[in-house]
Ligand binder design. Sequence first.
Ligand code: ADP
Length: 306
Amino acid sequence: MAVAVEAEKLTKQYHDKSALEDVSFTVPRGSALGLVGPNGAGKSTLLRMMLGVSRPTSGRILYDGQPLWPDPDRAMDAVGGFVDAPQFYPYFTARENLAMLAELRRLKPGRVDEVLRYVHLEQEDHRKVGGFSHGMRQRLGIAAALLKQPGLLILDEPQDGLDPARLEEMRRLILRIRQDLAPTIIMSSHVLQDIERLCDRIAVFDRGRLLYCGPTGGLGTPQGDEVIWELRPIELALSHLTSLGLEVRAMGDGRVATFWDDSLELGSVNVSLIKAGITIRTVMRGSASLESRLLRYLEDDHVDMR
Ligand code: ADP
């Protein structure tokens, strides 16, 4: 598969601190790469470099074989998106904001209508952006990014701060973009379920270092099932399962997860839980989630994902 983005030994130094250290990876054209890692890991720094607003201290980043630095304008026509939050003039309407951008980029005026319709903001086009909800502003940010039909779409926490209904709307919009326009997407997110649903690749960062970059399915071994129980009382349940030789993880919401290797029989484990006076509210067996695989992968690095 053709390579869209290639980073070679990228480093970004702020005074004596490395925000990114010797980071190399490739992203195949048309794929969606999700960046994950704790706050301060370097995700936004990387996205800023790709949007041409932060210069690498050393190393190279290429889009379509063209280095984005030292002359980001050259490749920038193909890159759209936002870092932190999309910025607009609050006293101008959605349409006026997009029209200014379209004019700056010498795009045909009809493009503004197309992108407003695409993100379902055509009914709100004459409202001032200052009065927009957070979700509407995020969608307008995506509309602005789509104006020039980018080959590479950069999204920094596009789901951040959205309520559940708006969150689902944003997920559907990103999936629609992937399906209709097939750009290469690089997005950061703290929501691993979203990375699993929206992206086919994942890059795991910690303190400026890239720990893993590849298919989401390839992260962590072994592949296989996990069992998740909802049990009460939780402390007794954890010690009982541990006494059976299971490596368990409390998920913080009253659920307990373990990778399942079939050395024990699930039915017998459930019976022993009940005999020990533990209430089983739910039990679920299925493919190990990205979250579980990532946490196991990070165990050796002692990385706190919050
Ligand atoms: P993330 O997006 O993963 O939360 P960032 O890329 O924002 O991480 O930050 C990586 C590191 O670089 C952090 O330690 C942060 O404090 C530092 N950093 C980011 N931008 C600047 C800046 N403009 N000046 C100094 N340090 C910065």
